[in-house]
Design a protein around this ligand. Structure first.
Ligand SMILES: Cc1cc2nc3c(=O)[nH]c(=O)nc-3n(C[C@H](O)[C@H](O)[C@H](O)COP(=O)(O)O)c2cc1C
Length: 451
């Protein structure tokens, strides 16, 4: 393990011989935090999580305790807890590691949350393709039930009396969006809902108050209860406490899943010290830090400005600290922590064509700007790659993206627009060069790889 890493969520999976059995989890201190939480009134557990400053790990980074505070507790309706295990953002592979390798950690955080918000039922909505993940979770829930930690025969001192249902999604990106997920869970097509009025904390699953939280967020809750909200808040960076899981993929020597305390390492340290640097003979060219919908960074560009706490900065890509505020200040986002690395063998128009094809396939079609715009973006980048591009296509890509961002029911529209809005100005010259080269019949310059 690199000195830059601090493995808390991944501590168990590092233990030699560690298995997903409840006995193994309990042998290493599992479910003690749940007992601690159960001895506290629910409101106090909510306060601890609020005090911790934990921000949701599903992409938007919304403060978890604040979200729980929005719950409509006066409606008299049951409160639902939905764990978002859809994890379909390209480049993201952290939640599945928790599910596959340490499922009881997720269950413990989830049961603590259920107690905190007084949930009547828990649903874990898992991406359809994660067949084994669903089986592992179902087995772990059976074990927890047999140990009196949940379900009809819960031991009141040890567990929280709630049923946990694992629901496999149909395999659709937009069903990861919380209101699309709720529609899908209700058995309908996963069309995201309009907010207002459909804020899940007020009008969620079956019209009842609902909290939707990401898998990693739930796992963090266990550690907040273990160490206390104040202690958790002291770790990490200003405005971004705790550790983050970073899933690094693409053109580095050692891609993988790494856990780093927020702000305690830079992108350069992640790429070079932890991931071993670029492949031999190559140089880094571009990077997407938070899953494919986050805005792209170009090696060589500089970022200047002030952080929310007033600190001035002047950074290159490799100097950016790995925390939410620093990445936002550089015009991108921490997103899901899915770092996609590209080196100088990648032709940027091909990379964008790949991304555009994904979002065009995944749009749900409800909002015209997203439905039509995503198709046009994909068609234009595809025609450039096929050798039919025109110079004006570059400006057209940016124009179309500008007409999508912020104009849709859900953030899928932003996910369509942001890669284009960030890549076009940064790689305009290369795009024009690709158009000229490919229209003249030359497809691939020496040294570039075909994606
Ligand atoms: C198109 C789209 C896809 C999303 N996919 C996921 C996903 O797969 N997993 C996830 O946790 N959040 C996903 N989100 C974010 C959720 O809407 C929601 O913000 C998150 O589950 C809240 O959990 P958190 O507060 O713990 O971060 C997605 C959002 C959008 C707009």
């Amino acid at each position: 393990m690199s000195a830059h890493e601090r493995r808390i969520l991944l501590a168990n999976v590092d233990r030699p011989g560690y298995t997903t059995d409840i006995a193994c989890y309990q042998h290493h201190g599992g479910y003690i935090a749940l007992q601690k939480a159960l001895a506290m009134p629910p409101a106090q557990v909510c306060d601890e999580v609020k005090r911790s400053g934990l921000r949701g790990r599903g992409g938007a980074g919304f403060p978890t305790g604040v979200k729980w505070g929005f719950l409509d507790r006066k409606s008299g309706k049951p409160i639902y807890l939905v764990v978002n295990a859809d994890e379909s953002e390209p480049g993201t592979f952290k939640d599945r590691q928790i599910i596959y390798r340490d499922p009881h950690q997720l269950l413990e955080g989830t049961l603590i949350t259920a107690h905190a918000i007084q949930a009547a039922q828990i649903f874990i909505y898992i991406r359809g393709e994660f067949q084994n993940g669903a089986k592992i979770l179902a087995h772990a829930i059976e074990e927890a039930r047999a140990h009196g930690l949940c379900g009809a025969n819960t031991n009141q001192n040890k567990g929280y009396p709630v049923e946990i249902v694992v629901h496999r999604g149909g395999g659709c990106y937009v069903c990861g969006e919380e209101t699309g997920l709720i529609e899908s869970l209700e058995g309908k097509r996963g069309y995201p809902r309009i907010k207002p009025p459909y804020f899940p904390a007020v009008l969620g699953l079956y019209g009842c108050p609902t909290i939707v939280n990401n898998v990693e967020t739930m796992a963090q809750v266990k550690h907040i209860l273990e160490h206390g909200g104040a202690a958790f808040a002291e770790t990490g960076a200003a405005g971004d406490s705790g550790t983050h899981l970073w899933g690094v993929s693409g053109l580095v020597k050692h891609p993988g899943l790494y856990e780093i305390e927020a702000g305690k390492a830079t992108l350069g340290e992640l790429l070079h010290d932890i991931c071993g640097g670029p492949l031999d003979g190559r140089r880094f060219k571009a990077l997407i830090p938070g899953g494919s919908s986050a805005k792209i960074l170009k090696f060589g560009e500089r970022f200047t400005g002030k952080l929310p706490n007033g600190t001035a900065f002047d950074w290159g890509v490799e100097d950016i600290p790995l925390d939410a505020n620093s990445l936002t200040a550089c015009g991108t986002s921490l997103g899901t922590g899915g770092v996609i690395v590209m080196d100088d063998s990648v032709e940027m128009v091909q990379a964008l064509a790949n991304i555009n094809a994904f979002y065009a396939h995944e749009t749900c079609g409800q909002c015209t700007p997203c439905r039509e715009g995503s198709q046009w973006l994909a068609r234009i980048t595809k025609r450039i790659v096929k050798g039919g591009g025109r110079e004006e296509d570059v400006a057209m890509l940016a124009d179309i993206a500008d007409q999508i961002a912020g104009r849709t029911i859900c953030a899928h529209g932003d996910a369509v627009a942001w890669p284009v809005q960030s890549a076009v100005p940064k790689f305009r010259e290369e795009y024009l060069e690709s158009i000229h080269r490919r229209t003249s019949g030359q497809t691939q310059p020496k040294g570039l790889r075909l994606i």
